[in-house]
Write a protein that binds this ligand. Structure first.
Ligand SMILES: C[S@@+](CC[C@H](N)C(=O)[O-])C[C@H]1O[C@@H](n2cnc3c(N)ncnc32)[C@H](O)[C@@H]1O
Length: 234
């Protein structure tokens, strides 16, 4: 890292950055690792405060040192927390929260989301989630918790395809989360259509392989029922 704003984000992290809208008091870059996403959000003043969270002390010391060095103008707008994501201290901060969790397995992510929601059942929290694997199980958890959907998209980065979900812990019957996704199968350009087709093929192959040792027939059926509806937008 050389200076503020010179971060070269991966395609996946760029997509996550683009999905962060305005109006948040606190954005939590959880499992932040080197903190690149949070630093990008800080640079563009995406929220009043950006929080960097990771469980590894050495990483958080480095992130803190880099923030002090490269972001001196924003010194009162960031906080670093060397804690387990499951224990986010949201009660200490007033206002609207966006919790970003990316780059960890969907199984771990399910636990984090459930633990945070259990700790703050009355708080409407937005979550921006980008798991590695276990998308179906993560969606099942979000449905069980009665979360609602704002946006979902697919991003291909370095030969892998990721789902990104922007959801809220506040229930809304008009914005239900679908078990295998809905809008991710409605691409509006040729590139997205190719990504969706590839993702559907890979996902079906994955669950068909798994079917040899586990009862996942219902998941195979759910993905088999998906049709990709490509509607080009001028
Ligand atoms: C692969 S990095 C993800 C970095 C970044 N979020 C991304 O999407 O590229 C995963 C990070 O999660 C952190 N992590 C794992 N379990 C955690 C937990 N329970 N609480 C906080 N951080 C955790 C690890 O220390 C590591 O830095």
């Amino acid at each position: 890292m050389t200076a503020e704003c010179s971060l070269k984000l991966s395609k996946r992290l760029k997509h996550l950055d683009q999905m962060v809208g305005s109006g948040y008091s606190h954005i939590w870059d959880c499992c932040c690792d080197h903190g690149f996403l949070g630093m990008t959000l800080l640079s563009r003043q995406a929220a009043e405060y950006v929080h960097f969270v990771d469980i590894v002390p050495k990483l958080m010391q480095e992130v803190t040192a880099n923030l002090q060095r490269f972001y001196p103008h924003y010194i009162s707008q960031w906080h670093t927390h060397c804690i387990d994501v499951a224990t986010l201290p949201l009660q200490q901060y007033q206002g609207r929260h966006l919790v970003i969790i990316a780059g960890v397995g969907g199984d771990l992510m399910m636990q984090f989301v459930e633990q945070i929601h259990t700790a703050f059942p009355q708080l409407a929290i937005d979550f921006l989630l980008c798991p590695v694997h276990h998308h179906y199980a993560l969606r099942q958890t979000l449905i069980k918790l009665d979360f609602s959907l704002y946006k979902e998209t697919l991003v291909e980065d370095n030969q892998r395809i990721y789902e990104i979900l922007l959801v809220s812990s506040a229930p809304d019957k008009t914005r239900k989360i679908h078990a295998v996704g809905e809008f991710i199968w409605q691409p509006n350009c040729e590139e997205q259509s190719l990504v969706a087709t590839k993702y559907l093929t890979r996902t079906l192959e994955h669950y068909r392989r798994m079917q040899q040792s586990k009862d996942v027939a219902h998941i195979v059926h759910a993905y088999q029922a998906v049709t990709i509806e490509y509607a080009e937008v001028d």
